[in-house]
Design a protein around this ligand. Structure first.
Ligand code: FES
Length: 146
């Protein structure tokens, strides 16, 4: 059912963890299953992604796609990172079963959310990047309690 690459990235996920003082952080949730993913980006002054880490509360396909997505965006410019779509990640993993395609969207959305966070923090606009739909802000959740 799963390719060897998917199994490899699921069993030995790359870039799991957090980046302290990350340039951008994006947290997204999958509406279909309730799984959550957070991506941390370390972006240098030349807008090159020096490091990328992720944490996920999700299924095996979400873990494998995040792992591959972090590998694909590392060392890339912001512009190039925007081209790392869920389709590109799935191709790099030699495919996913159709019922698991939605899982691969989490990684793409989390990267976009982290880039959006970076752009907001730096007061810049990233061409071709729109506000993430499912971005989860912990402070917004807190505000709802009042
Ligand atoms: Fe939730 Fe895969 S089933 S991300």
């Amino acid at each position: 059912m799963y390719s060897e690459k998917v199994m490899d990235h699921f069993q030995n996920p790359r870039n799991v963890g957090e980046i302290e003082n990350a340039s951008g952080v994006g947290t997204v949730g999958n509406a279909k299953c309730g799984d959550i993913m957070r991506i941390y980006l370390d972006i240098d002054d030349n807008q090159i992604i020096q490091d990328c880490k992720f944490k996920t509360f999700g299924c095996g396909a979400a873990v494998a796609t995040s792992s591959m997505a972090t590998e694909l965006v590392k060392g890339k410019t912001i512009e190039e990172a925007l081209k790392v779509t869920n389709k590109a990640v799935m191709e790099a993993l030699d495919g996913l079963p159709p019922v698991k395609v939605h899982c691969s969207l989490l990684a793409e959305e989390a990267i976009h959310a982290a880039l959006w966070d970076y752009a907001e923090k730096h007061g810049i606009k990233i061409e071709g990047l729109s506000k993430p739909k499912s971005d989860i802000h912990e402070d917004e959740e807190d505000e709802e309690e009042y």
